[in-house]
Design a protein around this ligand. Structure first.
Ligand code: AMP
Length: 281
């Protein structure tokens, strides 16, 4: 595995691959890797000739007071895991390589970033679409993989690719979970033992709503209530949002009549966790 810290170094490799007609796949990450990230690598590895993984804690997607200063990092371990999974190039730039002092340009997808996580993190998705655009242009990738865990992010990126005519296939891979159902996340490492046992209630609340739907309930308000009622009684948990939205438009719905997203974000102590489930009538 080649480790690239500069854009010019990465471009040299990519240009050579392009001349050879290779199909290039990209997995963007913020590092502190787990099996969720590695499932994206595995997908790209089996569908592309060349695999690029990026590890970059993107400052533009953190708002004031968020956890950028304590975001977990273990570059040595990340490098080992990526090497073991057959990644060809790790792109791991410093912040000023990506955003020099005179950086002024942003990419923003309107509408889709306003609800769900966008309500409490108003500048987050602009930061995501900006870094992902830069990575697409730098890596000249043909395919890029993202996780369903960050469903809103995946929808926004798909829309950006469509609207800006990026010639890139976007793959959304299923959420990888711990044995008890908690979605794997780098941020789970913040949780104390007690908080970790509370964290499972987010997933369980989504499952309860899914079960209610499977038993015939189509009213979004009832599904939302089902999620809420199981979480409000959980110690250590503060709900940011629990929503039932159209899976494509991310708009709130009254009744489930096509593929629908049950999505939640909660604070477990000082840690914000998100999760979601798709339901399909
Ligand atoms: P992050 O490092 O958190 O920015 O995540 C990098 C990529 O990994 C994103 O596309 C995430 O959606 C994806 N990802 C994170 N956690 C999981 C998970 N538990 N299962 C599947 N994909 C994930």
């Amino acid at each position: 595995m080649i480790k690239c810290e500069t854009i010019s170094q990465l471009r040299e490799i990519v240009n050579e691959w392009k001349q050879q007609g290779k199909r290039i796949g990209l997995v963007p990450t913020m590092g502190y890797l787990h099996e969720g990230h590695l499932s994206l690598i595995d997908y790209i590895k089996s569908h592309c000739d060349c695999v690029i993984a990026s590890v970059f804690v993107n400052p533009k997607q953190f708002g004031p007071g968020e956890d950028i200063d304590r975001y977990p990092q273990d570059f040595e371990r990340d490098m080992q895991l990526l090497q073991e999974r057959g990644v060809d190039v790790l792109f791991i730039p410093e912040s000023n390589e990506i955003y020099p002092d005179d950086y002024y340009t942003y990419v923003q997808v309107d509408e889709l970033g306003k609800g769900l996580c966008g309500r409490s993190r108003p500048t987050h998705f602009r930061g995501v679409t900006t870094i992902v655009s830069k990575l697409f242009l730098i890596t000249k990738c043909d395919v890029a993989a993202f996780g369903q865990k960050d469903y809103q992010q995946a929808v926004i990126i798909q829309r950006m690719v469509k609207d800006l005519n990026f010639d890139i296939q976007i793959i959304v891979c299923p959420t990888v979970r711990e044995e008890d159902g908690v979605a794997m996340s780098s941020r789970n490492s913040y949780l104390s033992a007690e908080e970790r046992s509370s964290a499972v209630h987010l997933y369980q609340s989504l499952k309860r709503a899914e079960n209610l739907f499977k038993s015939g309930e189509l009213h979004a308000a009832r599904l939302r209530e089902e999620m809420k009622s199981s979480l409000l009684s959980t110690p250590e948990i503060n709900v940011d949002y629990l929503e039932v939205v159209d899976a494509e438009t991310l708009q709130s719905i009254d009744k489930v009549h096509r593929i629908t997203l049950l999505a939640g974000a909660v604070w477990v102590g000082k840690t914000r966790l998100i999760d979601n489930i798709l339901i399909d009538p």
